[in-house]
Ligand binder design. Sequence first.
Ligand SMILES: *[C@@H]1O[C@H](CO)[C@@H](O)[C@H](O)[C@H]1NC(C)=O
Ligand SMILES: *[C@@H]1O[C@H](CO)[C@@H](O)[C@H](O)[C@H]1NC(C)=O
Ligand SMILES: *[C@@H]1O[C@H](CO)[C@@H](O)[C@H](O)[C@H]1NC(C)=O
Ligand SMILES: *[C@@H]1O[C@H](CO)[C@@H](O)[C@H](O)[C@H]1NC(C)=O
Length: 485
Amino acid sequence: MLWSPTPKLWPLLVFLSLLLLLSPSTLALTPSPLVTYTNTLIPQRADPHISKHTDGYYYFTATVPAYDSIIVRRAPTIQGLASAPETTIWRRKSSGIGSNQVWAPELHYIDGKWYIYVALGVANEWRIRAFVLEGVGSNPQTATWSEKGLVNTDWDTFSLDAHQFQVNGTRYLVWAQQEPSRTDENSSLLLAKLVNPWTIQRPATVISRPLLSWERIGYKVNEGPATLQKNGKIFLTYSASATDSNYCMGLLTASVGADLLNAASWSKSQTPVFQSNSLTKQYGPGHNSFTVSEDNLSDILVFHDRGYPNITGDPLNDPNRRTRVQKIYWRADGTPDLGIPVPDGATPVRLRSFSSPGSYIRYYTGTSPSGSATLADQLFRIITPGLAGGNTVSLESASRPGLYLRRSGTQVRFDAGSSGSSASFKSEASWNRREGLTDAAKGVSFEAAGVSGQYLRLTGVDGGLVLAAVGGDQGQRGQATFYLE
Ligand SMILES: *[C@@H]1O[C@H](CO)[C@@H](O)[C@H](O)[C@H]1NC(C)=O
Ligand SMILES: *[C@@H]1O[C@H](CO)[C@@H](O)[C@H](O)[C@H]1NC(C)=O
Ligand SMILES: *[C@@H]1O[C@H](CO)[C@@H](O)[C@H](O)[C@H]1NC(C)=O
Ligand SMILES: *[C@@H]1O[C@H](CO)[C@@H](O)[C@H](O)[C@H]1NC(C)=O
């Protein structure tokens, strides 16, 4: 006999099915529709921190090139931060701690008050320490700010980049600090519980040291920690090496249920998870934070980099670290894939196949793909209008800017376009964007410009593309339907 629940049990059942929906394996696969931003978001703002508050606003703070003040912007959208007015909420003092080197502020809302964690220096000294400000008021731009003082750590040594996060009700502070026994290195990452927003419970635990070769170029640095929690894990990114084009990001991972103050609970990626890319012309990406998109469905990576690799003099005197944003994609195993720093301009999208859900349009050389695709090769910019103008679009590889998806007989390949490209190339690299042939509401299809009835079709799980007619065959129509994410 079928068990039929009494109406009293229905709310419980709905709750339990929601729990099932939110289980780690499905969370990673939750569809997350495309988001579009335009980079550079904000020039000359380094160590960017963007957070979405319960009032619906995004708040932004960052290091200014003069290292002399703390600024806050707010806007209803991430892109809106680009043109939002900037309020200076704190200025450097005439002497003592806070008289120079105002670095990397982070804004957090804790138990009804605002807190800014910021690194402060002393004029004419190399003496940087983590400091806390408290703001009372609903809007941090107009809040009344007071100084809570230095974070009292185990040692009076170089310390900076404090970041607070909460795991299952417990608040933690993670920051960068030089260990007295390791003066050959600039900074390790330290973690402690917070007793209140400006006081840690000592002693702290060292959770990472700059021991891998890519963490020791120029300077031996682990700094700029940030956290992202998902799928039962804490993903803690940090930045390594000198703040020139060698600057890059590493990753530590721990389980939410683990004893985070036990260094053994954290596993460290042996390779950087985000680094310079000469093809996209992005150099020294790092000192990131995490936020979410306007629809709450995408995780967004916020970071700074430079648009050129070579710096004259001390990188800290070069003002052109700029704030950028791009979408984070999740692997099927529930871990984040940060990919590559994408090129300037509109952020790219990934095109997921309707008929084989784990497959995406990907960049490849020649006429068919080989090997496995990286996320970077699955990202494309949809150029509007396309190279042929009018209502067409073109698909430009994000990992190989300047290479466009084009038809070539019944094949599809990626070739370089330029302002001098022939009219036939422009036509072959242009498409009419149509409603998805098997999902008109949410999908998209691409019909070749100038060859009506011929559609871009992804024929196999390996990402091979062809140009072919589609009739009423649902299999063929599915191969020609994609979701933008
Ligand atoms: C790193 O340490 C070296 C050697 O102590 C020092 O000269 C340099 O200023 C430090 N750099 C940073 C970014 O802390
Ligand atoms: C969260 O905390 C509660 C209460 O302390 C505990 O019972 C639970 O196991 C914790 N969850 C995880 C994932 O550690
Ligand atoms: C996003 O999440 C916040 C916080 O949970 C909520 O207030 C807001 O309504 C959500 N926005 C959308 C578009 O779902
Ligand atoms: C940067 O410097 C390197 C080494 O000096 C040089 O090979 C390279 O061409 C320079 N790159 C640019 C874009 O100037």
